[in-house]
Design a protein around this ligand. Structure first.
Ligand code: SF4
Length: 496
């Protein structure tokens, strides 16, 4: 994630399509004869978690090898020569989605550095909320930063630690950082996975069994990355847990006091791939149940339920099942729109909607339509979609959203606009309905969301998820922020 941890103001984002975005996906592999090719496959499955750049570092028992490039996984690892150059049976890979316009090769992860104990490559998903303060202190001590990513703080904290082993140095570094993170590190002797103490960002452990009885270990963000490489899911890495895999096997270290976990609830709503299982719950099932609950809470008479594809599809199916109103594909998504088509300025951002979605007139004309989407961020996309559905002849357009109103920015590794640009932060639901041009608008309640995910509503004494973007209740402190509403105290120079 970028070092500039403030939510962007929308003016520099090169690829905004009015959605919150996951910012990174990580894969680590230990003891696999085709480590580079298999890691590339895992990264391909995690493409939805980051499309700006991708990188991989491998180790062949003697030397590290690396490849970093801008663009998609397929653009970078489709060339067999690249895969062959990434020799070795151990690998760590990373997909990145940048928040600011300064995506440059030096920010592409995994980051790599040589230490007195040898080389270390680090891939990070998440965001450190005290990175600015830490970086300032480290620069004062003479550390020279090579990138503008907050993840580099880990490298310097490990470098200056007085402990002797890599793992002790890493623990020392982890005890100084505050934030949300899933980390995978590759050293000359070990693959290490770490999840932040509240488990906000996901990290799982898997295993590939080989015909000769040998096995490989996999660490990654989502189970869909295990499926593509034929690995079995072993378990979630626990919040605050460090997993060290080396020639002696696998060991678990828990250096933090145990606290209630706060997994990111938006992973269920939108970020994770629907075929993944997160914290024991299939994402597809969760989304359908959210749609069922949404229908219970926000019934309106209508003729068709239409999802805003692709992410609104499972919730719309749940809504349809519960309401008995037929499900129709009234909006068709063009999957072949290049991201560069979507211009970064407010004045023409809406054009991206027309490129990406088109109305299926046959299912909409003369109908009372319930549109189901996963969230409203700025509202620009919703407005254009409602307009498009009306232009296709819909008699009424009702918008139903499978998340509570997004009123606050995320500082834990998700790309969100600053609070002032979030429609729900500054408008009532009636005002929002008018602005997007819908006949009615409703969001799932926060309590209903928890119910859909198998809890008895949200119990304030026992919160189970991070839901700060709906509540403003940030479970991890934000020391780098002036006031937690989206403005940052200060920024170190961003250069390209
Ligand atoms: S603030 Fe929202 S998007 Fe960010 S980690 Fe929490 S629930 Fe997820």
């Amino acid at each position: 994630m970028d070092f500039s941890i403030h939510p962007h103001d929308g003016s520099t984002c090169p690829h905004d399509d009015d959605k919150m975005h996951e910012e990174c996906g990580v894969v680590g592999l230990w003891n696999h004869p085709d480590a580079a090719a298999v890691t590339a496959l895992g990264l391909h499955a995690l493409q939805h978690r980051g499309q700006e750049s991708t990188g991989m570092v491998t180790h062949d028992g003697t030397r590290f090898h690396s490849h970093r490039g801008m663009g998609l996984v397929g653009d970078n690892y489709g060339d067999e020569r690249v895969i062959r150059s990434l020799a070795g049976s151990r690998a760590v890979g990373h997909n990145r989605y940048a928040t600011t316009g300064d995506t440059v090769l030096r920010n592409v992860q995994p980051l790599y550095a040589d230490f007195e104990f040898g080389g270390l490559a680090v891939a990070h998903n998440g965001n450190l909320t005290n990175a600015v303060a830490l970086r300032r202190a480290l620069v004062r001590r003479g550390c020279l930063f090579q990138s503008t990513t907050d993840s580099e703080v880990f490298i310097h904290l490990i470098a200056i630690s007085l402990y002797s082993t890599v793992v002790d140095r890493l623990i020392d570094a982890l005890k100084q950082v505050i934030g949300a993170y899933a980390l995978i590190a590759l050293t000359e002797n070990a693959l290490i996975g770490v999840r932040d103490p509240l488990g906000v960002r996901p990290l799982i452990l898997g295993q590939v069994k080989h015909a000769d009885g040998a096995h490989s270990w996999v660490l990654t963000s989502e189970t869909c990355a295990l499926d593509i490489i034929g690995a079995d899911f072993v378990r979630d890495v626990e919040p605050g847990e460090i997993i060290v895999i080396d020639d002696a096997g696998l060991r678990s270290i828990k250096p933090f006091p145990r606290t209630a976990s706060r997994f990111c609830v938006f992973e269920y709503i939108y970020f994770a791939r629907p075929d993944s299982v997160m914290e024991g719950m299939p994402v597809y099932d969760a989304r359908k149940r959210i749609g069922v609950q949404l229908a219970r809470e926000s019934h309106v008479d209508a003729d068709v339920i239409v999802p805003v594809p692709d992410s609104g599809v499972p919730s719309a199916m749940g809504y349809s099942v519960e309401s008995g109103i037929p499900f129709e594909l009234g909006i068709i998504r063009n999957h072949y729109v290049g991201r560069t088509f979507i211009e970064p300025t407010d004045s023409i951002r809406h054009l991206g909607v027309k490129l990406k979605h088109s109305a299926n007139r046959a299912t909409l004309a003369g109908k009372r339509v319930i549109l189901v989407d996963d969230s409203i961020v700025r509202g620009t996309t919703s407005r254009k979609i409602v307009e498009m559905v009306r232009a296709a002849g819909a008699a009424e357009v009702h918008m139903r959203i499978s998340s509570p109103p997004t009123t606050h920015s995320c500082f834990y590794g998700i790309d969100t606009p600053e609070r002032g640009k979030l429609l729900a932060a500054n408008h009532s639901i009636e005002q929002m309905a008018a602005l997007i041009g819908a006949d009615s608008l409703a969001f799932i309640s926060r309590d209903g969301l928890y119910r859909a995910l198998g809890h008895d509503g949200r119990n304030p004494d026992r919160p189970q998820y991070c839901d700060a973007c709906f509540t403003g209740e940030y479970p991890i402190p934000l020391p780098d922020m002036a006031d937690g509403d989206g403005r940052q105290l200060s920024l170190l120079t961003e250069t390209t």
